[in-house]
Design a protein around this ligand. Sequence first.
Ligand code: GLN
Length: 538
Amino acid sequence: METKYIFVTGGVVSSLGKGIISSSLARLLLSRGYSVTIQKFDPYINIDPGTLNPYEHGECYVTVDGHEADLDLGHYERFTDIQTTRANNVTTGRIYQSVIDKERRGDYLGKTVQIIPHITDEIKRNVKLLGNTGKYDFVITEIGGTVGDIESTPFLEAVRQLKWELGRNALSLHLTYVPYLKAAKELKTKPTQHSVKQLQAIGIQPDILILRTEKDMPVSMRRKVAQFCNVAPEAVIQSLDASTIYKVPQMMHEQHLDDLVIRLTGTAGKGEPNHAAWNQFLHKLDSAQKIVRIGLVGKYVELQDAYKSINESLMQAATYCDHKLDLVYIHSEKLDQKNVEEKLLGLDGVIIAPGFGQRGIEGKFVALKWCREHDLPTFGICLGMQCMVIEYARNVLGLADANSTEMDPNTPYNVIDLMEEQKSVSNLGGTMRLGAYECRLKKGSIPAEAYGEEIVKERHRHRFEFNEEYRKRFEEAGLECVGENPDTGLVEIVQAPALTWFVGTQYHPEYQSTVLHPNPLFVSFVKAAIAEGEKNRH
Ligand code: GLN
């Protein structure tokens, strides 16, 4: 079958959830037996979001092949179990870089290099890269930003050209917002009409409109939108606010989004989708009564998206354990000896978040000391694991001022140190130890039990590592290295076996936790937290 391309654009305002709609559509098509991939084109000039601070762009997601990617790729993976790669996320920066490289090589044979056709051709080449592998029935392409933005214009021009070239094999899906005006007690469709007009002015006629709304839209109103926008009435779909994003696939299916896409692209039908496993997850999510309370200690806790994958992994694990997650954010900068008890008492488990730099780090040590001394289930991730090691060095090994050389280059005890391969690195973009690497688990350890395997592959994003020179001293004092890279010996996991669940991973297990396959280590941690809660409440 020829590959079909679905372009997802957004209008009126940003943050409408194009990523969720794209993921939901992918989920539906996958459940019907089609092969699908999703990709995101981001209009900013950074080569990737790796150098962006979470205040700018939320979490930086990491793909198996070591690409620092937009957090929407996390949604794609969580909804679909697809493993994305660097080909699934392209920015304006990457497009320009490749065009400029070609120009320097002389590939353009003396021509003036211009946005049209050179930049748009490069965009089109990238859009079709995955489709051209012949592996996919559907390629869903999400265009970042909002219609009307100057910076997304070349992408929309590329979509216009592709729609023209691909004919029925391409489809445009436009997501807009229908605000509810309280004073008038009315939903307003005018912004949607304008947004569609803007898209039409660029030369793109949307085939499907999805209207994001907080109130149920009457059918008559949807018909009106259809009429104004040259879209078939059944192709105007509403996306009501849902209690969880994981209900969106079902909501879209009830309004026949998947049927519509199959019909409009002339795709051969494959029968009804099989949602059994997905629905079982939703059923668990809805019926869970008991609560597990997890504290997340980090410096970006005021940002909703900074720890997105951790939040989702915890929620998935709690759901599989038939519990509701109560996630308590604890600002590491505001945590000290005096208030630590008040902040942590009553939690069933604590996560120490990943991160970079000095800010908020002392609060993480305070939390870790309290958790260790109270034997509370504790999970350190990346910087969180490194903090676990530092706190242990300071307070158990008696190495005052032990630190990571990231925070204190002159520390007398560099228990966390820059990796050898990083010492010659001067550029910050894309140069960390990134992507999936193997980890061998020690028999009988918590991670070995959790995964039920000897070798696992998890994703990384770091420059610093556990300093091997101190390994023996830590192990003698009760902090064991229970996971290491089989090729280099790099310490991947530490665990204090005398404690109930005290584990730190240099890798980020949260990048590999999906609705249908929650990460085993998160499940193990949440189970320990549930047991802790039950013990304390009885
Ligand atoms: N800053 C630490 C390092 O670079 C940890 C990074 C992280 O938490 N992702 O090694």
